[in-house]
Design a binder for this molecule. Structure first.
Ligand SMILES: [Zn+2]
Ligand SMILES: [Zn+2]
Ligand SMILES: [Zn+2]
Length: 125
């Protein structure tokens, strides 16, 4: 059970090890390697148990519904900066940077929210 996200509604598939995790921080705790970046993230709805994919470069709030059962999976991250699949840095390192005001301002965002910078970096492949 994920202790980083309140009432987690989806699992994500790590593109690096092809395993399902509730969030990027769960991956960081279980695995010793870094979570690989991906443009298209695979999700598994915990309600209807069906998988679906989202393009993370065009991700917005209206996308936070399971396409199969309309389960709303807005994820209120307990810890800020738990951005899924777009951070090159280890999530454990990010968790220690909570004093940063810039990070604090993002606290209420979905963990899937991306910075324009990060989006640009993804598109820069
Ligand atoms: Zn992995
Ligand atoms: Zn977690
Ligand atoms: Zn569903």
């Amino acid at each position: 059970m994920c202790k980083h996200i309140l009432n987690v509604q989806v699992s994500i598939r790590a593109p690096c090890c092809k395993q399902w995790f509730d969030c990027a921080e769960c991956h960081a705790e279980k695995e010793t390697h870094k979570l690989a970046k991906t443009i298209e993230m695979a999700f598994l709805c915990k309600k209807c148990k069906k998988a679906f994919r989202k393009d993370m470069t065009t991700y917005e709030e209206s996308d936070e519904f399971c396409p199969h059962c309309d389960n709303h999976y807005v994820l209120e991250a307990k810890a800020p900066r738990a951005v899924v699949g777009v951070e090159g840095e280890d999530a454990r390192v990010d968790a220690r940077m909570l004093k940063d005001d810039r990070v604090k301002a993002k606290e209420n965002h979905s963990i899937f929210t991306m910075d324009p910078d990060e989006e640009a970096a993804l598109l820069d492949f």
